[in-house]
Design a protein around this ligand. Sequence first.
Ligand code: APR
Length: 232
Amino acid sequence: MDDKIVILTGAGISAESGLGTFRDENGLWTRYDLEEVATPEGFARNPDFVHDFYNARRANCAGAEPNAAHAALARLEREYPGEVVIVTQNVDDLHERAGAARVIHMHGALSGALCAACGHRWPAPPAMQTADTCPACAAMATRPDVVWFGEIPYHMDAIMGHLASCSRFAAIGTSGEVYPAAGFVQLATETGAHTVELNLEPSSVVSTFAETRYGPATKVVPGWVSDILAPV
Ligand code: APR
């Protein structure tokens, strides 16, 4: 077991940056039908509507700033003597804009575009349109490079390898409602890692965590990072 910390983040870490969450009161899935905007079938039925949805989220993200929780994780990555790996379910770039260098986006990223015809990837423009063509194969098959329900999350082999060799696992700002991410705490526990949930309220998988700390991420995460970095 290496001296490695694996941190899983969810929408809750970006909530105080104004990006909202999915399942809280007024969350995205209370205002949109996820079948319509976060499935391949929904995209096939109405690509314009789905592009508009992600164009709005891309604009929100561009107008948002990283918060103290993102900054604290970037500090931990800089100052911790062992390895720190951030695995995020979020498609925003606030971890990177806070200075984190090792961020694995298991659900893809708003900053990426993907060609559904040839698999080419390129930096997404601020707004994507159905009529856009792929810069590599010219097919009119461009889509946001995000993972929709029913699709396979990205980088799972790497994530499994980190979970099998970590000494600490933390989940921050996630409801524990969506697998495979919600199962990571169990895998880390089986590795023998110390596990902690940092959230606004208990998640659906709270019973698996060895430690819990509740409160807004901008308060709880900096405190947790300071405790880890404190000289023993
Ligand atoms: N600080 C800390 N936690 C917060 C805050 C906050 N300020 N605000 C909300 N939370 C917590 C909520 O209590 C909730 O447990 O963040 C969690 C958000 O849960 P969800 O809205 O379900 O978001 P998430 O867990 O990231 O969803 C997982 O579902 O729809 C898919 O692909 C989407 O990546 C997303 C995945």
